[in-house]
Write a protein that binds this ligand. Structure first.
Ligand code: CA2
Length: 146
């Protein structure tokens, strides 16, 4: 049985498509999931979003045990969470960090990033399309042993 690719989203991403479309676009999280599933037809993907740090950590650990790769948009926890950093460091599957916007081009408080140093790759600034590219990147890393 093939292992799924986990696609995890952090706090407030459930609000996508409702506010700040100039930064995050018009697509909802459900739209993004549908786009990725249509693109990656036949591939097993596990989409989840939580506003709770501990729940995200449980899912990161689960991805490490049961997943083939992890695509993570840690949202604001990217910039604050040493606990998520430690959880990511504890797993040995490929990790693709994803952001809709490009945090490097934004506020000073977004310049701290606890995810990038433990990610295999980062995709940022491409909006919803970035998730499709992240899925391709995860597939590539799985097949190339990344
Ligand atoms: O660009 C991204 O994907 C972010 O991870 C989004 C986070 C932000 O804190 C990161 O710096 C970059 C924010 C997610 C909240 O999304 C909202 C969407 C609509 C309305 C309000 C928040």
């Amino acid at each position: 049985m093939t292992k799924p690719i986990y696609v995890l989203g952090g706090p407030n991403l459930n609000l996508l498509g409702t506010r700040e479309p100039e930064i995050y676009g018009h697509a909802t999280l459900a739209d993004i999931e549908a786009m990725v599933r249509a693109h990656a037809a036949g591939k097993d993907a596990m989409f989840r979003q939580s506003n709770h740090e501990g729940e995200l950590i449980d899912w990161i650990q689960e991805a490490g045990r049961e997943g083939a790769a992890l695509i993570l948009n840690g949202a604001a926890y990217t910039h604050t969470s040493i606990a998520i950093h430690d959880a990511l460091k504890s797993i040995s599957i490929p990790i693709v960090e994803i952001h809709l916007s490009n945090p490097a081009a934004r506020d000073a408080f977004r310049q701290t990033n606890y995810v990038s140093p433990v990610a295999t790759a980062t995709i940022a600034g491409l909006g919803a399309q970035g998730y499709v590219l992240a899925m391709d990147a995860a597939q590539h890393l799985i097949t190339s042993g990344g």
